[in-house]
Write a protein that binds this ligand. Sequence first.
Ligand code: CMP
Length: 138
Amino acid sequence: MTNRTFTMIKPDATEKGHTGGILQMINEAGFRIVAMKMTHLSKEKAGQFYEVHKERPFYGELVEFMSRGPITAAILEKENAVEEFRKLIGATNPAQAAEGTIRKKYASSIGENAVHGSDSDENAAIEGAFFFSRLEQF
Ligand code: CMP
């Protein structure tokens, strides 16, 4: 268990103007923002980020979607961060997300699900390093 996780506010949430509302939920849940940037992933970069899903049937759709518009990437700190953040965002499919979760409030489908959250400490470190150098983490 480490105290950091990685998140992205995805293009659907950015387009709908939900970035501020999502960051507020993150702050109110007690996460500290260690690093943050708004950026627009190229198809190549989105494909690299989601390389682990390369063999899945939805990979092409996922890469198209994640490169459709700007995202906000961030590293977050809290005790037991990976698990706590996955509780805060809710199930991948918003139809199954619990009340009070970010996806229940802001996501529209399993593909366009507003936010990403790392699924393990190992992936949190890999994903954070994909976007931020050590000098950009506070
Ligand atoms: P995320 O938590 O970012 O990790 C992988 C992403 O793949 C997931 O959120 C969804 O956006 C997407 N995804 C997962 N399952 C499906 C699916 N069945 N159809 C389309 N996209 C999916």
